[in-house]
Design a protein around this ligand. Sequence first.
Ligand code: 3H9
Length: 679
Amino acid sequence: MAAINQVVDLSKDGEIAVVTVNSPPVNALSADVRDGLAGAFAAIAADSAVKAAVLACAGRTFIAGADISEFGKPPRGASLPAVQDAMESAPVPVIAAIHGTALGGGLEVALCAHYRVSDAKAKFGLPEVKLGLLPGAGGTQRLPRIVGAKKATEMVTSGAQMGAKDALATGLVDEVVDGDLTAGAIAFARRVVAEGRPLKKVRDDASKLGGDAASLAPFFAEFRAKNAKAFKGFEAPEANIKCIEAAVALPFDEGLKVERTEFMKLMTGLQSAAQRHVFFAERAAAKIDGLPADVQPLPVKKVGVIGAGTMGGGISMNFLSVGIPVTIVEMKEEALTRGVGIIRKNYQNSADKGRFPQSEVEARMGRLTPSLNLEDLADCDLIIEAVFENMAIKKDIFGKLDKIAKPGAILASNTSYLDVDEIASATNRPEYVLGMHYFSPANVMRLLEVVRGAKTDPQVLATAMAIGKATGKIAVVAGVCHGFIGNRMLARRQQQANLLMLEGAAPADIDRVLTDFGFPMGPFQMSDLAGLDIGWNAETSKGETVRDRLCEAGLRGQKNGKGFYVYDEQRNRTPNPEALAIIDAYAAEKGINRRTIDDQEILERCLFPMVNEGARILAEGKAQRASDIDIVWINGYGWPVYRGGPMFWAEKDVGRDRIIAVLEQMGEEESPVLKDGWK
Ligand code: 3H9
């Protein structure tokens, strides 16, 4: 085998050349890989003894795309189009041998081969849209020429992957190989040569597009309308659709020009920068600062959950769904039966929607052991408490657990605000105690704040992070403080929303400003949804707050059809005049001077104090890095992913100076970290 460079090899099996990319972890198309491929295909073109070439990859996957870490940096090495051109116009047939995931630029390279073969597990996709981009190396022009414009539109706007079976059916691959992939690809290449099959170029064949511009116009219109809600706020889906339209309407090279123009617009824009930031931030969140390299997570083979309410049930489902048995404990039979019933109903709903077969409902439920006895948790490796937010109750439970749980078992609290160190102090094993703060509904929401107590053992922390990942969560390390990362910042937004409401902004206007920004819901919609009377007590209510007065007047939110809004039977909402009158009266009584407040003030006052709180959290070391805060807000609170999270937005969109200026006007002291910046 001859090395073209350190990441690309060229070898020969008789008259078949084999080009192998070996650039861990995912064979991304870095400058070195592009240089290596350019060198290899130049050598192949110059060698008359070569009759066909196979392009394969070492390691866990075929090329997973362009190297995202190179984006935004000065170009280096061979260009991707030059590499693709060298393959497509090679004098001999080129066969791509695909395993793992051929994604983005990886699939676009494979589409420049004359034939493609894969193993049975291979997956194919153009996920650029998830990075705020579009396939910029011919993908939007070549893919529809194989799978048709309709399927290609779906794939590029969702980033969805296609399996080997469908790839074979559509002609995206020519053969699915059993056994050794490279050997199968070489055999396939020999057949191509022996049969004198042509050098098929995807670019030259428009027969599978599925229609022309006129006949496909209704499809595109309908596709846009159907997805308007999902695409709202995002620039990339529309740009992707435009490119597929160009593939249908224009000759190949003209379509390619449209793709290039649209790609460059997205590439240089803020949305893609934000989404690329999120890609790396998600992966960075999994890393624990200062963790010795040799620390391995402890095995978690059995989980205990205390509390079969909404949270406890949702938390249990995360484990049951991935094959880990759960013992769920409640105090009363009735609550236990209800909780278990809801878990079954949720699984049944998923089965009814075709997400998995009926047998899977039974398999998952079969892993659940309901119990009324804490002692049944004695053999669990991890026990998660999900009862009321009450320190005395939690300490009592942890005291009992300490005696019941086996040595080495991890004891976690799902508290959303309380001091994990104080909870840990109720045990003799504070090093095995931490917070695992799930977000409701816990079986759906991806965020998990893992709260590291003062004494939490690094291995215990690593275990909670690993089990979070294994159950499909994005786990973020937080330090002990009131509300941890997410709720601590949310409190600042809520405080400002309430003040703005008293000073003259209508709740519906505040909600509108935040939903226009990209949140799925504003704070008052959220209050109505949660129920205005959560934590409110009719007997002790003294009418001291607007909330007290709304509840006293019988406004409870969505549950009784009236809160800040009134709701009709379809849950359509209109601002509630009764609530507005209560707010007006309250403000008058407090002598608050009501005025017109514009949208910019609403937005800045709601979000800037949150950013400041994020900076304080960093200053106090309660978050490991600014990007972790972004991940919390995107995955737990609906911060629009195309704005990159509050800290990215503050730094790259608004600018810290503007935030500091507004905070000063508001009389709020800024964190030094906000002044000096963060990494
Ligand atoms: C593109 O192709 C544009 C073109 O159309 C046009 C160009 C003109 N680049 O996810 P993992 C790193 S856009 C650089 O944990 P898994 C990742 O950061 C690209 N680095 O592994 C991580 O690093 P670390 C279109 C990359 O097994 C490590 O690899 N392609 C890239 O769970 C392992 O990653 C995509 O969007 C990259 N492209 O999943 C695919 N990809 O260890 C993006 C990964 O330091 N990638 N890294 O934290 C993926 O979806 C997953 O990584 C993959 C593997 C499914 C491949």
